[in-house]
Structures are given as structure tokens and as C-alpha cells.
Design a protein around this ligand. Structure first.
Ligand code: AMP
Ligand code: GLY
Length: 431
């Protein structure tokens, strides 16, 4: 099978690494890829938003399966364009990607199909938003309807702050067209978990859980980021919570999307709040999480290419029993450029990657790297590496990941030193 993977982040390196191990994958291309992905795939310099060029490349190479990593090209219709050219694609149509592309759409779907989620309102007018905020409790959460690269969610402690956030979004000044409509919702307390499932329009194939560390600083302090680390599975998952997630949140979403004439094919990534053993949906994404994907791929034991092809072709029911998981946790530590998530330098040289990959059960996924003219690996993004390891326990996976981090010589980079702390804290409390 010839596969084309779309994207250039740590998530895509993890997918490329796993696809390259699949016996059924004979040729793997990645557009545009990064310096690490080059070890697993042939990188081609086509950007993720060049839909026509991507379709033409897939035709020219007689690609059997396209796997789309990020949400942007899905929302923009890449999967539709590939399907129209009779190319199998694992990724949602633009109409189904609305689940992530429009928070208002997702909330209305939840309301219509009784999927438990925070109480909410949708607004395009500030005065209406103000009335809603004044009648609601605190804290309150104000969100852009559209995609805002993880920055469009503001948790407000006062009504004044919430009104200000809504005004700022609705004006179009800070978030452009993504903020011209807002969702305002009740604040949910609890512990967050991500759950991933594959879907082929009708059948779902539950994967596993992960927990992400979104704040930039140790102890969950500082600004929000795309994710500074993750581990899988989440420490508090049990059969009952998993059943609730599948039966109450994921199955009705897939059934509802089919009923709406928007069958969902691809990865459904549910962001969930769990409080007192009850799971409530925060949001849906239509892709793997980054860095959650790195931890998931390290644990997955199967021919991923076959599974994703079955998903693309509506045959997930045939492969349901093929996925097994390593009975060990995996943990990913993100190394970012100093200054991230605000401004940071690019093109700084990273050394020691070879040694880092020699650490027991560890692998360094690249997120924002390129090769310079002298063959050095240099940083080209905010989040740059995802140092991932497995271990018999979360503590061991964490020790392996940080042993690998410590081999990396990159003075302009940094990482959190406490990824996995929630799980380790609950272990020590249980002991
Ligand atoms: P989202 O982009 O919707 O995932 O929101 C980003 C993050 O904001 C989530 O991962 C949560 O940590 C937080 N968040 C979003 N909505 C809520 C809510 N209703 N209550 C509490 N936290 C929330
Ligand atoms: N790590 C969170 C995300 O990928 O959205």
C-alpha cells in the first residue's frame, strides 16, 4: 500500500513512525513533513493547504490511502477533494469537520442528541452575550466559534472580564472571522482526559485515553499552549468511565452526525471533564491530539495502515479485533523553543538526538525541525521535539523520557520537568 500522510508536527512524526512499521505499507510519503519524519517517509514540499497540489501528487504516485493529520485541511475540504478524485482518505469531510471547526455546531449537536456537555449560548451580538453573562454564574467560559489555534478559549473569573472577552472576539480584532460568533458556556470542574476513537461513518473503534499538560510551566502554571506533554492511558480511567465516554459521548455523536447527513470518518478526539465519576463532554476534535498521539502510537500494537484503510473504506467492523495495546504506559515530554507560546527564536541548532534515541524504550519525535545547509537539525517552530518513552510504570516511563531529554544539547530549548505528575501523585496517594 502506498500512503501519503499530511502534516508536519510531532503527531505526524508519530503516525509516520507507526505507518512505516506496518507490513502493508510499502511506500510512505509525507507532505510537507519535517527533519525527523524523513527517517520514516519521503518528504515532499507541498503545504497542507495546497489542496489541488496534494490531490495531483496523490494521483501521480497512485496513492492508495491518504491520512490527514491536522484539522485545518479537513475543515478546508481536503478529504472531499481526494474522495472526488476516487482516492481513499482517512479524515473527515468538511461538513463533518464542523464538529471541531464550529463550536456552536458541536454544542447544538450535543443539545439535539442529548450528549452531556456544559450549558451554553451562541451569540453574534454583544448585547445578547452581555445579558447571558449577567444571568449566568462564575467562572464562565467564552470561546470563539471558529478555529483559533488553541487560543480561542478564555476562562473568565468576573462578568466584566467575560464581557470584555466577548467584545474582543466579536469585534474581529484578535481572532478575525473565527470570533465573529462566540459560544459562552458554564465552567465545568473536574479532571480532564482525552479519549480517542476511530470512526468510518457508522462504526466506531475506541482506542485509548491520554492526559495532556496544556500550561507552559511546571505545576500547571503560566500560559496555555498546544500541549507540553502527555501520557497514556490516563491514570483514573476505569471500565465505567470508559463505558460512559463511549455510550454517552462518542456513539451518539457518530449516530447524530450520520443522521444529520454528515457521516464522520476519521479520528474523533473527545475532550472530557470527569467529576465524581461522571464524564461530560468539553469539546470534539476531528484529529489526533499532539502530543497525545506520540504516547498513543508508542503503545499501539498493530498494522496501523490496515486499520486506517479499513476506516477510509467503511470497513472498521472487520478490523475491530486487530488493535492491541502494550500493557505499559507511555509518556511524552515536549521540548519547545524558549519564549514559546509567545515569541521565540528559530533556526537554533539541536545536538545529541542520536544519543537521546539510544535511551531505553525512548524515541524522539520531531515537531518543528528542519535540516540546515550543513546537515544540522535546527528548530523551526515553537514546539520542536516530543521525547517519548514507555516504561513498566508511569514513573519508569517518565524516568526514561527525561533520561532521553537530558541527552539533548539545545541551549535555546526548554521543557516542563513534571509531565505525568497527576498520575504519580495519585499513585503515591494510593500507596
Ligand atoms: P477547547 O479548545 O474547547 O478544548 O478548550 C481548551 C481548554 O479550555 C480545555 O482543554 C479546558 O481545559 C478548558 N475548557 C474549555 N471549556 C471549558 C469548560 N466549559 N469548563 C472548564 N474548562 C473548559
Ligand atoms: N494537545 C491538545 C491538542 O492537540 O489539541
Amino acid at each position: 500500500m502506498k500512503i501519503l500522510l499530511i502534516g508536519s508536527g510531532g503527531r505526524e512524526h508519530a503516525l509516520a513512525w507507526k505507518l512505516a512499521q506496518s507490513e502493508s505499507c510499502t511506500e510512505l510519503y509525507c507532505a510537507p513533513g519535517n527533519a525527523g519524519i524523513e527517517d520514516s517517509a519521503i518528504c515532499v514540499p507541498i503545504k497542507v493547504d495546497q489542496i489541488k497540489e496534494l490531490v495531483a501528487f496523490a494521483k501521480e504516485k497512485a496513492i492508495d490511502l491518504v491520512v490527514v493529520g491536522p484539522e485545518g485541511p479537513l475543515v478546508d475540504g481536503l478529504a472531499d477533494a481526494l474522495s472526488a478524485a476516487n482516492i481513499d482518505v482517512f479524515g473527515s469531510s468538511a461538513k463533518a469537520a464542523e464538529l471541531e471547526g464550529s463550536k456552536g455546531f458541536m454544542k447544538d449537536l450535543c443539545a439535539k442528541y442529548n450528549i452531556p456537555t456544559a450549558k451554553y449560548g451562541r451569540f453574534t451580538e454583544l448585547e445578547e452575550a452581555r445579558k447571558f453573562i449577567e444571568a449566568a454564574g462564575l467562572p464562565i467560559v467564552v470561546k470563539t466559534d471558529g478555529l483559533a489555534a488553541g487560543k480561542g478559549v478564555i476562562i473568565c473569573e468576573t462578568q466584566a472580564q467575560a464581557i470584555e472577552a466577548a467584545r474582543d472576539m466579536l469585534s474581529g480584532d484578535s481572532f478575525g472571522s473565527a470570533g465573529l460568533e462566540v459560544v459562552i458556556e458554564e465552567f465545568l470542574e473536574g479532571e480532564e482526559v482525552s479519549f480517542f476513537a476511530l470512526a468510518d461513518g457508522k462504526t466506531i473503534l475506541p482506542l485509548s485515553s491520554a492526559q495532556d499538560y496544556k500550561r507552559v510551566g511546571d505545576g500547571d502554571t503560566g500560559l496555555n499552549t498546544g500541549g507540553m506533554g502527555a501520557y497514556s492511558p490516563a491514570h483514573f480511567m476505569n471500565d465505567d468511565i470508559e463505558r460512559q465516554i463511549i455510550e454517552n459521548l462518542i456513539e451518539p455523536t457518530i449516530a447524530g452526525m450520520a443522521a444529520e447527513g454528515r457521516p464522520f470518518t476519521g479520528v474523533l478526539f473527545a475532550g472530557i471533564m470527569v467529576k465524581d465519576g461522571v464524564a461530560t463532554l468539553l469539546e470534539h476534535n476531528v484529529r489526533f491530539g499532539d502530543p497525545e498521539c506520540q504516547a498513543l502510537m508508542m503503545r499501539m500494537q498493530c498494522d496501523l495502515a490496515q486499520i486506517l484503510l479499513a476506516g477510509a473504506q467503511g470497513r472498521l467492523d472487520e478490523v475491530k479485533d486487530q488493535i492491541t495495546w502494550l500493557d505499559k504506559p507511555a509518556l511524552c515530554v515536549v521540548m519547545a523553543a524558549q519564549g514559546y507560546p509567545a515569541s521565540y527564536k528559530k533556526n537554533t541548532i539541536i545536538k545529541g538526538l542520536g544519543k537521546a534515541n539510544e535511551v531505553e524504550d525512548a524515541y524522539v519525535f520531531h515537531a518543528g525541525t528542519a535540516k540546515d545547509a550543513d546537515g544540522n537539525i535546527v528548530s523551526v517552530g515553537g514546539r520542536v521535539l516530543g521525547v517519548t518513552a514507555i516504561g513498566a510504570t508511569i514513573a519508569k516511563a517518565q524516568a526514561n523520557a527525561y533520561a532521553s531529554v537530558d541527552c539533548i544539547n539545545w541551549p535555546q530549548g526548554f521543557c516542563r520537568r513534571d509531565i505525568g505528575w497527576r498520575a504519580l501523585k495519585s499513585d503515591s496517594e494510593a500507596a
